[in-house]
Design a protein around this ligand. Sequence first.
Ligand SMILES: [Zn+2]
Length: 308
Amino acid sequence: MRCIPLREAVPHVRGAKGDQQTSAHPRRVGLRNYTDRMPELPEVETVARDLRPLLVGRSLLSIHRSRKPLRNQWSKKCEPMLLGSRIEAIHRRGKWLLLELDRGPFLMVHLGMTGQFTVVLPGTAKEDHTHFVFLLDDRSELRFRDIRRFGSITYFADRAGWEGYLADRLGPEPWDLPAQDWQSVLAKSKRALKAILLDQTIIAGVGNIYADESCFAAGIDPRRTGHSLDAKEGLRLLQSIRVVLNRAIKYRGSSIRNYVGGSGLRGGFQNEFAAYGRTGKPCLKCEVPIECVRLAGRSTHFCPQCQT
Ligand SMILES: [Zn+2]
């Protein structure tokens, strides 16, 4: 993949005819520039925070779904367990959302690349690519819209079900990862930092954008191997991850494609990027042009002077 400036790389996705007219899974459609821009922890956290006041206490009256497949299968057999259930809580783990229902089941939602999970007022026109509509008892609707259809909604009968599913897929949240565990992962790893940061089993929720921004904030070159960092650098990187994610949550995440929060509002952190997508532009600290390399299969942006 070329490393191209962000503005140029943002594809026009609304109303893409290829998606509207095919029932095949979009996996086969060219994905260049897409996999770098999936919703990450701050975006999913924003959706969860937006949805809580709109959904908690509401009951599900009906479920309608499109015929087009999402990333996983949806079984109608689970619907009787959902209908009439009240939403008790909304959780986030890594890049996953979890709706907890009062009768015990959970709905686990992944936004994939282009998923939008929003509550709309009664009578709101249904947009193209809307794959799920949950009618709520106040007549508002919870909708899942996903142009690329890499997202998913999965039913679990109980907490043990999703906890078991995520157990070997997801490590601790960035704020829960003990510094000594992090240092020990780094010390044992010969992988590039970028690959370590993207590994969801080590630290949950970091993707391409926030890996690049965290390395920039820490002043550490993402091409370095884990075991090359000393304890001070390792700690600085972990603290930078937390600071960058907190800041991004404050800005409601990054809307660089069609990501919106649970209330339909866009994020604003895309205007705060220091490294990500700024290839060739002057570093905000030293004015040396930001460079881009391919690392861990992803475009990786860094300042060759500030990040050592
Ligand atoms: Zn610099």
